[in-house]
Write a protein that binds this ligand. Structure first.
Ligand code: NAP
Length: 323
């Protein structure tokens, strides 16, 4: 069984640890810059070891794979350091700041013969897979458009990773990546992207609006970390439509006909908190030695990052630490 280590004892590390605990995936070590935070994780989730720095976790011979739960502006340097120790990596989204960094990480991983995967949990959810299958079966006919929103209001602050350019702040990499992922899942790569943004005083995007244009179809995608807004996905077809509330971690969806009559309510409760599916797939890809999962691979990560590079060029957001 793959034994996990985690770097960064923040919000998402809790969710990952809970999924591992519920699923009985071994939690070998937790590393935090603050040993008291690491000890609190140990108490709550049963990690065997605690470390007050990340490097010591990399040196633990009983750690097989490391979950990178630090802000996305640090993912590149943290993954490069981990790869020197030949550990497998499951890294939070956004995988890196840009496609160039990601390409380099995947090259090094190949040379070291380890598996590296972006933790885009939405792709692995049984609900996502079921909705995709329903669309492919034609329950709403041909897709005509998509409307996908992930927005919330938070107060800009220098202390928050969300607004800090050095940590990869901004709506696009934090929340915009989910509507973009949905557009790619249901419609593929767009022919053209039109982007608009509201920038914060630190010159990261507080709000992002995207038009993804395809032949005869389009997707309207919205993300915000400064303004309250929608949290649902709508997939419209010529015979009906599907609403997926809180689509990024969804456990239910509603299928309607064109008269807004409910045709089907799909409900698939998570076994734990929804993160268990990406972790299961990650473990399987290592154990079966393919280093491939059914739903998230190198080309998916690179394609999404290339699209986000294009968008950032259009809106003029540049990070100080990107190569
Ligand atoms: N998949 C999802 O549903 C989901 C949800 C939320 C976030 N995320 C992703 O997960 C990553 C972390 O997000 P989060 O919400 O967990 O953030 P967070 O609560 O701020 O935690 C990030 C952790 O990174 C560590 N860190 C190391 N260097 C840091 C620095 N210079 N500044 C700030 N923190 C630093 C800190 O842990 P120590 O001090 O303990 O070392 C901190 O607690 C992001 O890439 C984000 O996009 C994914």
């Amino acid at each position: 069984m793959i034994r996990f280590g985690i770097i960064g004892a923040g919000a998402i590390a809790h969710a990952f640890s809970k999924a591992c605990l519920d699923s009985q995936f071994p939690l070998q070590g937790i590393a935090s810059r603050d040993i008291e935070r690491a000890k609190a994780f140990q108490k709550q989730y049963g990690f065997r070891e605690v470390y007050d720095n990340y490097e010591s976790l990399y040196l633990d011979p009983l750690v097989d794979a490391i979950y990178v739960a630090t802000p996305h502006g640090l993912h590149y340097e943290h993954m490069l350091a981990i790869l020197k120790h030949k550990k497998h990596i499951i890294c939070e989204k956004s995988f890196t700041l840009n496609a160039k960094q990601a390409k380099h990480i995947f090259e090094v991983a190949k040379a070291q013969n380890v598996f590296v995967m972006e933790a885009m949990w939405t792709r692995f959810l049984p609900l996502t897979r079921t909705v995709l299958a329903k669309v492919q079966q034609g329950v709403i006919g041909q897709i005509t458009s998509l409307k996908v929103d992930f927005a919330f209001a938070s107060q800009p602050s220098d202390a928050s990773r969300l607004f800090n350019p050095s940590l990869g702040g901004g709506a696009l990499l934090d929340v915009g990546i989910y509507p973009i992922t949905y557009a790619n899942l249901f419609l593929g790569k767009p022919d053209k992207i039109v982007s608009k943004a509201k920038l914060t005083s630190a010159l990261v995007d507080g709000t992002i609006d995207l038009e993804y244009l395809y032949p005869n179809k389009k997707a309207c995608l919205h993300g915000s970390i400064i303004e309250e807004g929608g949290k649902d996905a709508y997939i419209y077809g010529d015979l009906g439509y599907i609403k997926v509330p809180f689509f990024w971690g969804a456990h239910e969806a509603f299928i309607y006909d064109l008269k807004h009559q409910l045709i089907e309510h799909i409900h698939i409760p998570h076994k734990s908190n929804g993160y268990e599916y990406e972790i299961e797939a990650f473990i399987e890809a290592i154990e079966n030695k393919t280093f491939r999962t059914p739903y998230m691979n190198v080309e998916d990560t690179l394609s999404i990052l290339e699209q986000m590079d294009t968008i950032r060029k259009q809106i003029g957001v540049v990070y100080p630490n990107e190569i």
